[in-house]
Design a protein around this ligand. Structure first.
Ligand SMILES: Cc1ncc(COP(=O)(O)O)c(C=O)c1O
Length: 383
């Protein structure tokens, strides 16, 4: 029997928070990495119509042609890149895309760079497929930015998985930095796997797209975050020609097609911009409340939070490992946060990820309680 995959610790935090809530305890949710809003109205209406009018049998493995065309059009209108719908693959969330991308692009034993801090499921999925994740530690003093220099230090690589904006840091690579990384990938023959799931959730500039910078790029995206459709389990990939056929065959074999009701519903997501941008405005308000509150509490060292809905903050001066701090904040304050160990196996006990995707009042109350706790227990001025 294979050993079980490592846990995704945030799920354990969510369980502890859930248990507390079920026992009648109050929980302010700063651990969840998902919108607190439902799918846009137009999406829910499209789902209702599809339920009434469609058979909802299998689609082809690559997805509904109409949805693939709309996704390609979205790349053109929001990113200015021309994408042939034939290269768009509808997946069961970005997570479904990881499996397809890693399985088809890499062979067992290949070496694929992932960042620390970074989204843990890349590493765990690569390992489950016998691919070696090569952890590239990012430097907080450099705003957790990935550079070709850092990559250069890790020997021969077959691939690089990169998210911008990133989870847990929210850090974004600008056009020039992304160009440099893409050029490095091109030069080294490294496949760039760009996770663009947080595109659309940015605060002072749009996220730079990966497409069009180097030939061998796989883009992963999802309806889970900007489009507020986490539970619908729907996302997409844009694959290079060289992978199109193997991805199609893998999808046929692994899950036949992405959930079909969600595919019909997602066709309507691209007209819901006003509603969805409203959520981003709320995240922006939450972000400034959280940052102000953390600063007032002396939690001054954190990643820039350019995009996504997270602040990744150093809590090492508080004198407790982040997982212990997380337990205490949940028990004593009813505030749930995610310890950094999910995202950085070596240094994660020094940091906490705060999600500000929830309700504004909840974020404000949580950060007040944390501030008061720090005054009572910690050394708020930092190291
Ligand atoms: C960076 C990143 N990629 C992918 C995912 C998974 O997304 P999906 O719901 O589309 O499977 C998440 C979820 O939090 C994430 O943060």
């Amino acid at each position: 029997m294979r050993p079980p995959m490592p846990p995704f610790h945030v799920m354990e935090v969510m369980r502890a928070a859930e248990e507390r809530a079920q026992a009648g305890g109050e929980v302010l949710h700063l651990e969840v990495g998902q919108p607190s809003t439902p799918a846009p109205t137009a999406v829910r209406e499209a789902a209702a119509i599809a339920l009434r009018e469609q058979t909802l049998g299998y689609t082809t493995a690559l997805g509904l042609p109409e949805l693939r065309e709309r996704i390609a059009a979205w790349h053109r209108s929001t990113q200015g890149v021309v994408v042939d719908p034939a290269r768009v693959v509808v997946t069961a969330g970005a997570s479904g895309g990881f499996v397809l991308a890693f399985l088809t692009a890499f062979a067992p034993g290949d070496r694929v760079a992932v960042t620390a801090p970074g989204y843990p499921c890349y590493r765990n999925t690569l390992e489950a497929l016998g691919i070696e994740p090569v952890v590239v530690e990012l430097d907080p003093a450099e705003s957790y930015a990935l550079t070709p220099d850092l990559l250069e230090r890790h020997g021969d690589l077959d691939g690089l998985v990169l998210a911008s904006p990133a989870n847990p840091t929210g850090t974004m690579l600008d056009e020039t930095s992304l160009d440099a990384i893409a050029a490095w990938c091109e030069h080294r023959g490294v496949l760039l796997v760009a996770d663009e799931i947080y595109h659309g959730i940015t605060y002072d500039r749009p996220a730079a797209p990966a497409l069009g910078r180097c030939d061998r790029t796989v883009v992963l995206n999802s309806f889970s975050k900007y489009f507020s459709m986490t539970g619908w389990r729907i996302g997409w990939m844009v694959v290079p020609d060289e992978l199109a056929q193997s991805v199609e065959r893998a999808a046929q074999n692994l899950y036949i097609c992405a959930p079909v009701l969600s595919q019909f519903a997602a066709c309507a997501a691209f007209v819901a911009t006003e509603e969805l941008d409203g959520h981003v405005h709320r995240y922006a308000r939450n972000r400034s409340i959280l940052l102000d509150g953390l600063h007032a509490a002396g939690l001054l060292r954190h990643a820039p939070a350019d995009g996504a809905f997270y602040v990744y903050a150093d809590v090492s001066h508080l004198g407790l490992p982040a997982s212990e701090l997380g337990r205490r904040w949940l028990d004593e304050l009813g505030v749930a946060v995610t310890p950094g160990i999910d995202f950085d196996a070596r240094r994660g006990e020094d940091s906490v990820r705060f999600s500000f995707a929830g309700a504004t009042a909840e974020i404000a109350e949580a950060v007040d309680r944390i501030g008061a706790w720090v005054v009572e227990h910690g050394r708020p001025a930092g190291r």
